[in-house]
Design a protein. Structure first.
Length: 143
């Protein structure tokens, strides 16, 4: 399988930025591009059915800061990078919907695991768990 597009869900946690670094290393080795995806989960009920892409001018300040950090990391490594922010209701569902869309052509998802569920050492967080079980694309979990 040739990897051309790597999706990295970004939530601002150290593990999501660590997963971005892993994705950059992989993309450098195989000539792939990286898509940084953030899901704003405080949108209307309509977005649970149809997530919407949010234009950069409407990003909340914390999202602008997050994407700026990601942009700096990828620019240093000279990797093709695109950032997308979507509005939805449940991050896991929205990540899978985005990744599984034929138009996005995602070959691999590299994501951090926050491990907020109990017990942390054994069970991945609910978002990571959902993506692992529902996504058609392979998932690499970084902790």
């Amino acid at each position: 399988m040739k990897i051309k597009q790597i999706l990295v869900p970004l939530d601002g946690s150290e593990n999501s930025l660590k997963s971005l670094r892993y994705a950059i290393d992989m993309a450098s080795q195989c000539g792939a591009s990286v898509i940084g995806l953030h899901v704003v989960t405080d949108m209307s009920a309509f977005t649970a059915v149809h997530p919407i892409v949010i234009s950069e001018s409407k990003w909340p300040v914390y999202v602008k800061d997050l994407m700026n950090d990601a942009r700096k990391i990828t620019a240093k490594n000279e990797v093709s990078y695109e950032e997308i922010v979507i509005g939805g209701k449940a991050a896991g569902y929205d990540i899978v919907t985005f990744a599984d869309s034929n138009s996005n052509k995602i070959d691999l998802i590299v994501m951090g695991r926050r491990g907020l569920s109990f017990p942390r050492e054994i069970i991945p967080g609910s978002t990571a768990n959902f993506v692992i079980h529902k996504s058609k694309a392979p998932v690499l979990l970084v902790r």
